[in-house]
Ligand binder design. Sequence first.
Ligand SMILES: [Zn+2]
Ligand SMILES: [Zn+2]
Length: 219
Amino acid sequence: MKQIIENIYHVGDNECSVYMVDTQSDQGLVLIDAGMNLDMIKQIDSHGVRFEDIQHCILTHCHIDHIGICAELSRELPDIKFYAHELDAIPIEEPDHDGRTAASWYGVRFEPVKLYQKFRSDTVLRFGSYDFQCIHTPGHTPGSISVLVELEGKKVLFGQDLHGPFNESFLSDLQDYQISMQKLLDLEADILCEGHFGIFQPGNLVRQYIDKHKHQNQP
Ligand SMILES: [Zn+2]
Ligand SMILES: [Zn+2]
């Protein structure tokens, strides 16, 4: 696990990158996506934070590489609350959506998990003194969200799978994607925490990364 800036961590990479925010409050730790490896998340214990303090997990979208261990996680941490956009909720909460979760790509079964809250529109979750702006950014999937957290005067954007891929079984939509990427560019984030390509900073590199993919993926 590596600190990105104070209280924001890159937990590690296992199929996707998993990030964590320490709210420094009774709301404990917030995961952004969960990945496919529970042991990786349990290892946060060796960095002075405690696995059992994870209370919330915001899911950026319904793909198994981002949500594969959620059911396992909820058995270990029965009070953990999961959040996602309602347009990606069915494949997360119900079995047999292996096309939409991409489980069929990985040749594994996805074990569904119940969501505590489903977003209908852009939503701000407040944990401790931190606002987590959950911004609907459809394109890769209909219910994809990006999460913006501001601290120390820096805007940190968790934008998973901004690069795609796009295909029918995901219900991808390149027109929506164009609008979503513009929405993210307009945020003028200082740091981008991406799902498969690492962490980009400062702001001009964030812009460059989003711009590049926006241009490559015209409808
Ligand atoms: Zn994905
Ligand atoms: Zn992914």
